[in-house]
Design a protein around this ligand. Structure first.
Ligand SMILES: Nc1ncnc2c1ncn2[C@@H]1O[C@H](COP(=O)(O)OP(=O)(O)O)[C@@H](O)[C@H]1O
Ligand SMILES: [Mg+2]
Length: 832
């Protein structure tokens, strides 16, 4: 008898635990399996579930929700006699399945593993609960309770069972064909859309838009053009990335390379700031509760004891000040946050420019520099993202959890249920309407553009319009567009009104319900008046995080995409890598040898075919040949801007790939075909050849390059600014400055790529002397346009279509009477 009683008690306790914990178990499974499903997503991308299957699944899911609602309703007449835990179980299950139904209706490709699993787990738990409920001891009416609930419980289990089966059948994971394009990186994608030609200025536009948008996106209501453009881009880019990385988890994992730039691992002061900030965030959570609670204590003291509670009043004021944003913990946190953000911005921007400058020529040649610069400047957005996540999102989520616990602590679990329902309604309404609003904003901004385009066209083409007597036509088009714009704009504005309506509506309804519950508790004597006051003043802290989540959702998304551009940039590794064992070039004699060099730009036809040649120390080797034959490419290989596809290039017997990049670049004085200057003074530009050169040395170099007199004739002489990329100077002048740089650099090997092509023959003749001086005693490679400038070369190489076709001295090649002879004859004719 005794034994029987204990076992009954034990099973009763177990039942209670099951009632309380089963919902949580299913929730935990659901969240966990979702994360796992994200992983699997990477391996097999699932097709979208068809509409019919989706509707069927959601209907079944909703039916389960209704079953739990019926269970809860069935409890109402038995409230006084029935044990609490059954009702709690029904309500929490009802809320869970409401959420699940909503989530299922919003999921494009739900996984059977998640949904059938959750429902199977739930049915097992339900069966266990029913089994245990037979042995529940209790008052004499216990069998009654069991019996009124039993039919609906059985129906629920049946519904769960059907849903499990149907989810397994309907939502099976069928892989979708993989689309290769999706694996492309963002940067290359967006840069292909901003290529040369008429839309070359799009990248400029986006740059500008980014600036505008940063501010406007802070405002949820804003509907400027750029805002919604960016929105569209944001969604699209993110979708692509999500698909290619296989789910959110993988997507976020990639961001871990930024950790060193956002967590101050080396700076103890900043570490202290970070720790302090995290402590402050927790402190704020505590203060959120302490303030309202203190107010409740004051009220209770006044109400029940009739004395002035001085201590409580002072404490209340203290908590209020401590919690305030302008002079409490909030202010301190703002300062800490700013310091951390400033540090992180420095680190990130430094690291990104460092990285980009270390990338190879193939990257820089193929990327739009505007896009790259924009990506570097996204360091800001990564900070914004972190700030949003750490300072807004994480505390908001924490606040939601805390508030659920606190209202339960203040009253009972039913108060938490009310808050939970409010959260579900709030989040779902916000999510749904925001989706609609995104589409509406896009439409409205498209209409705005249509309108201004039409007006612009009409005014701009007034003459044509008048000639063809088309004014009436233009006006009727305009009135149509005006109406469309107004409609689109109004719908957009209305949607925002609806968002606020539903947000405020759900919070006020929630507040109403909780206050009624509290009032009921006060009347029945289970709560004090102070509790109601506490709840009322705490209510704002419950709803605030919901607004934070709603408002920041879009900002987080767009900051994520911006940060992602930076991520993409960080993930590019240089094509030309330095050998870790590399030594500096010894530069003993600077003899250069090319052995069977073949080269192709990425995935293209080879540009150079099996080129072999040697330049003895001090020799001058000239290349001639039609444009596009690969001469400049050869120089890029010598400077190791690219690595040869096959064959080798050696200097003093050292393969270029085995020596340090910087020593290679130091060995060459290079005068490019089209020199580009910095937008500073001429003096600084020439000095770029050797940054520690004195003014005198710069002047000497300029004299040698026959540009000194020209510079002196300028109003500001050497201090004259050259304009962006050197536009204020002529091509010939820029070339001579580049030659002066090469003089100053004084490197053992000289590369002249049509160094005098932009000069008239007179200047060219003048500068020949200078060049002769520059190349004397140095190994020199010359690409020449005018053959007369290479007559004295030790070796002339005729290149055609990436192959060496003739090789010899001027005289030998003339005697050969082939290609060089033809070229020479043609130029001689033109020359006379
Ligand atoms: N970065 C690049 N990517 C792909 N192809 C290139 C690149 N640079 C040059 N080319 C191509 O390589 C060929 C040789 O170019 P180049 O070496 O500049 O010729 P040259 O200096 O003899 O006039 C040309 O057909 C050109 O289109
Ligand atoms: Mg060239």
């Amino acid at each position: 008898m005794d034994l029987n009683y204990t076992s009954v008690m034990a099973s009763s306790q177990l039942l209670k635990a099951l009632d309380y914990a089963s919902t949580l178990c299913v929730l935990v499974y659901f969240v966990g399996s979702n994360i796992v499903a994200q992983h699997r997503h990477k391996l097999d991308k699932r097709k979208l579930t068809s509409r019919r299957r989706k509707i069927l699944s959601v209907s079944l899911c909703t039916f389960i929700t209704i079953c739990y609602a019926l269970q809860a309703i069935q409890y109402i007449p038995h409230l006084s006699s029935a044990p609490d835990d059954g009702l709690i179980h029904s309500i929490s299950q009802f809320l869970l399945w409401t959420s699940l139904s909503l989530i299922l209706s919003e999921t494009a490709s739900p996984s059977a593993f998640v949904w059938a699993g959750a429902s199977a787990l739930n049915s097992v738990l339900e069966v266990t609960i029913i089994a245990f409920s037979f042995s529940r001891p209790g008052p004499s009416n216990a069998p009654q309770i069991a019996s009124f609930l039993r039919p609906i419980q059985v129906l629920t289990i049946f519904a769960l069972f059907v849903f499990t089966i149907s989810a397994t059948v309907l939502l099976h994971d069928n892989p979708a064909p993989v689309d290769n394009e999706e694996t492309q990186s963002l940067l290359s994608k967006s840069s292909t859309s901003t290529k040369i030609g008429p839309d070359a200025n799009t990248s400029y536009n986006t740059l500008e838009n980014a600036g505008v948008d940063y501010n406007s996106s802070k405002n949820l209501d804003s509907n400027s053009n750029s805002d919604s453009d960016e929105d569209e881009e944001t969604l699209q880019l993110q979708q692509e990335r999500l698909e290619s990385s296989g789910g959110w988890l993988e997507y976020l994992k990639a961001f871990k390379i930024f950790i060193p730039y956002v967590v101050p691992t080396k700076n103890p002061k900043l570490q202290a700031y970070l720790v302090l900030m995290l402590i402050n965030i927790l402190l704020q959570r505590a203060l959120n509760i302490l303030g309202p609670r203190q107010l409740g204590l004051i009220i209770d003291n006044l109400w029940y004891h009739g004395q002035i509670p001085w201590k409580d009043i002072f404490l209340w004021v203290f908590f209020a000040i401590a919690a305030s944003n302008s002079c409490g913990v909030g202010a301190v946190n703002e300062m800490l946050e700013n310091r951390l953000a400033a540090w992180s911005r420095q680190e990130l921007t430094y690291a990104s420019l460092d990285h980009v400058m270390g990338l190879s020529m193939n990257f820089h040649d193929s990327k739009d520099s505007g896009e790259v610069i924009k990506a570097i400047e996204q360091a800001e957005s990564l900070n914004e993202l972190l700030r949003l996540l750490i300072v807004q999102l994480a505390p908001a989520v924490l606040d939601v959890a805390i508030s659920l616990w606190y209202v339960m602590y203040l009253f009972d679990v039913y108060a938490s249920f009310i808050v939970t329902s409010m959260i579900i309604a709030f989040v779902y309404a916000t999510y749904k309407i925001t989706l609609l609003a995104t589409v509406a904003r896009r439409t409205s901004s498209r209409k705005e553009r249509d309108e201004s385009k039409l007006i612009y066209e009409s005014v701009g083409n007034w003459f044509t319009v008048s000639c063809f007597n088309q004014k009436g036509n233009a006006m009727s088009r305009l009135s149509r567009v005006l109406k469309e714009r107004a409609d689109a704009g109004l719908w957009n504005d209305d949607l925002y009104t609806y968002i606020y309506f539903f947000q405020e509506g759900s919070t006020y309804l929630g507040q109403l319900a909780v206050i009624i519950l509290a009032a009921h508790r006060i009347v029945t004597g289970t709560s004090s008046v102070g509790d109601l006051v506490t709840l009322n003043s705490y209510w704002e802290k419950i709803t605030w995080p919901l607004y934070v989540l709603g408002h920041n959702y879009r900002r987080i998304n767009s900051a994520l995409v911006d940060a992602e551009r930076l991520l993409q940039l960080f993930q590019v590794s240089p094509a030309v890598m330095e050998n870790p064992m590399a030594q500096a070039l010894p530069n003993v004699t600077s003899a250069v040898e090319l052995k069977d060099v073949t080269f192709a730009y990425e995935c293209r036809e080879p540009i150079l075919h099996v080129i072999s040649l040697t330049a003895e120390a001090g020799q001058t080797v000239a290349f001639v040949g039609e444009t596009g034959s690969g001469k400049s490419t050869l120089f890029k290989l010598l400077l190791r801007f690219y690595d040869v596809t096959s064959g080798s290039i050696t200097i003093d017997g050292q393969d270029l790939r085995d020596v340090t990049l910087s020593s290679v670049r130091d060995s060459f004085g290079f005068v490019p075909q089209d020199p580009v200057l910095f937008n500073t003074s001429i003096l600084e530009n020439v000095r770029y050849g050797r940054v520690n050169a004195t003014d005198r040395e710069v002047h000497e170099a300029c004299k040698a390059a026959s540009i000194h007199d020209k510079i002196l004739s300028l109003p500001r002489g050497y201090a004259a600014e050259v304009g962006e990329r050197g536009v204020k100077l002529s091509g010939g002048e820029r070339q001579r400055i580049a030659i002066a740089r090469a003089f100053l650099k004084d490197a053992p090997i000289v590369l002249l790529d049509e160094a005098t092509s932009a000069m008239d023959s007179q200047t060219e003749a003048k500068i020949q002397d200078a060049l002769r001086r520059l190349t004397k005693g140095r190994t020199t490679f010359v690409i020449a346009h005018r053959l007369s400038t290479v007559v004295e070369a030790d070796k002339i190489i005729v290149v055609s279509n990436g192959r060496i076709v003739e090789e010899g001295t001027h005289k030998q090649l003339l005697d050969l009477k082939e290609r060089y002879f033809d070229l020479w004859a043609r130029q001689a004719v033109v020359g006379t």
